[in-house]
Design a protein around this ligand. Structure first.
Ligand code: COA
Ligand code: MG
Length: 286
């Protein structure tokens, strides 16, 4: 089943990691990257490792965001957390599918060394944080079975291109970042994996978060990153089909069942054809 809510948890905070026991997120991302100060990286690695070893949560739920492949912290991050068998690695500042291949090759070796099942550690790359990555987005299908989805980020890309903001006064994405979100959506579907929407950082605005989740689900995203426990419940709820949607989907499937051999039909004053049937079945299966 697709993971809907992914909560970032700064790994230098024992208190926040401990909080995961009370939060119903699909996955927790113990963060070693941007939420951890340079001076706290060693401590965060150590705490993440200890937490992975002691947490009673299913390992598929426990992910780690390492630092980027091409930076100075990557080797130490992997060496610290892989022996404790996280469910997956969130890889930031990806420049191309080659970075995912590089991580996969490193995991192949480390899994063997530590007696872990081959290809058991999955990968969720953040594929829009560098300008050059945008021109490689069609290539993630080659990443193999470790690829758990694609997600995107606006802040690092914004700073890379000198954008003064990524959202307007109403907290809506500006056109360049709307484009990037949409490209991630299509890149994920081209690779046959779930598209996961980026974080919404205004902590107190739950109504806007709810709207953003609805838009993301409407457009074909399967879930969303979160930064605060209070966002998780909203995300979980928003990505499930509503009672009305389920009812409508059921009636479309029944209509086609009642008209065997028909490829196009009239349903409540509108045309429905095979893509509508496929979408209705998808909703009923979700
Ligand atoms: N994961 C787990 N627990 C969290 C949490 C998170 N991401 N964010 C907050 N909490 C905990 C707090 O520690 C606090 O616990 P307490 O009730 O035991 O004191 C409780 O939830 C309420 O938190 P609150 O006081 O509302 O927020 P805060 O001021 O402590 O933290 C942030 C605000 C933004 C610093 C915090 O939410 C955070 O660190 N988010 C993740 C940031 C991150 O990882 N960014 C990188 C990806 S973009
Ligand atoms: Mg970042």
């Amino acid at each position: 089943m697709t993971t809907i809510s992914w909560l970032f948890v700064p790994a230098d905070s024992e208190k926040k990691m401990d909080k995961t026991r009370f939060v119903d997120a699909g996955a927790f991302i113990l963060d070693l990257e941007d939420s951890v100060a340079l001076s706290a990286k060693p401590k965060a690695r150590q705490l993440a490792r200890e937490f992975l070893e002691k947490s009673a949560l299913a390992r598929e739920k426990l992910w780690v965001r390492t630092n980027p492949v091409d930076g100075p912290y990557f080797d130490d991050d992997l060496a610290a957390v892989v022996p404790a068998a996280p469910g997956g690695i969130v890889l930031p500042k990806v420049r191309s599918p080659g970075d995912v291949a590089e991580l996969a090759a490193r995991l192949d070796v480390l899994e063997r060394e530590h007696g872990l099942e081959p290809e058991s550690i999955r990968i969720l790359p953040i594929v829009t944080e560098t300008p050059e990555a945008l021109f490689t987005l069609g290539g993630f299908a080659s990443c193999g079975p470790r690829l758990a989805g694609l997600t995107w980020g606006a802040e690092d890309l914004g700073s890379a291109i000198g954008a003064t903001a990524t959202r307007d006064v109403n907290d809506e994405l500006t056109p360049p970042f709307r484009l990037v979100r949409n490209l991630c959506l299509f890149a994920a579907h081209a690779a046959g994996v779930p598209a996961i929407d980026t974080v919404f950082v205004t902590l107190a605005d739950f109504a806007e978060l709810d709207d953003e989740c609805d838009e993301a689900r409407r457009d074909g995203f399967s879930g969303k990153l979160a930064i605060h426990p209070a966002q998780v419940e909203i995300i979980n709820r928003a990505f499930l089909p509503s009672a009305e949607e389920l009812d409508r989907a059921r009636r479309i499937v029944e209509l086609f069942d009642a008209n065997p051999g028909a490829a196009v039909l009239e349903f409540e004053g509108a045309m429905v054809d095979l893509p509508h049937l496929k979408q209705a079945r998808r909703i009923l299966e979700s």
